[in-house]
Design a binder for this molecule. Sequence first.
Ligand SMILES: Cc1cc2nc3c(=O)[nH]c(=O)nc-3n(C[C@H](O)[C@H](O)[C@H](O)COP(=O)(O)OP(=O)(O)OC[C@H]3O[C@@H](n4cnc5c(N)ncnc54)[C@H](O)[C@@H]3O)c2cc1C
Length: 139
Amino acid sequence: MREALKREFDGFAEDIIDLFAASNEHFAVQHIYALPAGHCWAHRPGLTLLGDAAHVMSPFGGDSVNNAMLDAAELARLLIEREHWAEAVIEFEPLMFARVAESAHGAAEAAATFLSHDGEALTLDMYRMHSTAPLESAG
Ligand SMILES: Cc1cc2nc3c(=O)[nH]c(=O)nc-3n(C[C@H](O)[C@H](O)[C@H](O)COP(=O)(O)OP(=O)(O)OC[C@H]3O[C@@H](n4cnc5c(N)ncnc54)[C@H](O)[C@@H]3O)c2cc1C
């Protein structure tokens, strides 16, 4: 596997190639799981999901843990503010579905880009597009 990786990355910077030499002999295939972007469910009294359990997505978008923490904070706020916990959960779920949809679409698109057979060219195109896009106003 190490030799195959060295061949695949032939011509890359030495610092990258050195990582293969420094690795141990353990080789593991890790699956990447994702729910469909826009996944949601009809409310069921007495039960809810949040974080990855509700909206696991590929790690390429890089904001899943932020979504998970915001889910927890939003649900906690609603549980404190609403008179009955059941009302809080009913209000929380659609807010979460709407909020994570953009991240889920972004993560799905990024996974399709990075894992594509044409990933290198697509990734370069994406970075070029970002580097030429006008900066958004911070306000
Ligand atoms: C390779 C990789 C890179 C990532 N990179 C980023 C990144 O750059 N930025 C980012 O924002 N996010 C990233 N993420 C995603 C981030 O790690 C998750 O979104 C986040 O950890 C979700 O938190 P969670 O609490 O919902 O779930 P988890 O962190 O999965 O927590 C669930 C917990 O429940 C426990 N558990 C499961 N079953 C049971 C059971 N039956 N009984 C008791 N306990 C149980 C598990 O052991 C675990 O500790 C990455 C994920 C991966 C895999």
